[in-house]
Design a protein around this ligand. Structure first.
Ligand code: FES
Length: 161
């Protein structure tokens, strides 16, 4: 008698457990999983579309490949912005436009320095000079500096390296 009760009890529990996934699937409305995927990708598209150029912190990279390296206030206060690799200044002819150059002198690789008063770059090693857009003003360098796209978005100065 006890064996029969145990058998019925375990058989019932096992049967209910095996039916549980089927019952769950039957109770789930059709198309739930595809709707979830659609709304997730729509949210991603909306966020990249709306915030593609929004930079909240310096050094953050945007979806279009630009990186914030400072603020407009910092740029205008010092007359330039620079990292170990890049220097940015306003175009002396059209101050609304930014000009970004690689800081490595094309002569022998010394770090050039922006001269805000003269609005040009000078190399401390052999006195080469470059314009704000990287063109050689004075040798011994013969090649222009590498240039990069730069822009202002909101209060941030962005460069694309
Ligand atoms: Fe710049 Fe020579 S390394 S002028």
């Amino acid at each position: 008698m006890i064996k029969r009760r145990s058998f019925v009890k375990y058989f019932s529990v096992g049967w209910l457990a095996s039916c549980f996934p089927v019952v769950l699937a039957a109770c789930t409305p059709a198309g739930d999983s595809s709707d979830a995927k659609t709304s997730t990708s729509a949210m991603a598209d909306a966020s990249t579309g709306d915030k593609g150029n929004t930079v909240k912190t310096a050094g953050a990279k945007t979806t279009d490949g630009f990186t914030a390296i400072g603020t407009v206030t910092e740029l205008d206060k010092a007359g330039y912005l620079q990292t170990a690799k890049i220097s940015i200044s306003r175009d002396p002819v059209n101050p609304k436009q930014l000009l970004a150059v690689n800081r490595k002198c094309t002569h022998q690789g010394c770090d050039i320095a922006w001269q805000p008063g003269a609005k040009k770059y000078e190399c401390p090693c052999h006195d080469a000079e470059f314009s704000a857009d990287g063109k050689v003003l004075k040798g011994p360098a013969t090649e222009s500096l590498t240039t990069y796209a730069a822009k202002i978005v909101g209060t941030q100065v962005l460069v694309k390296v």
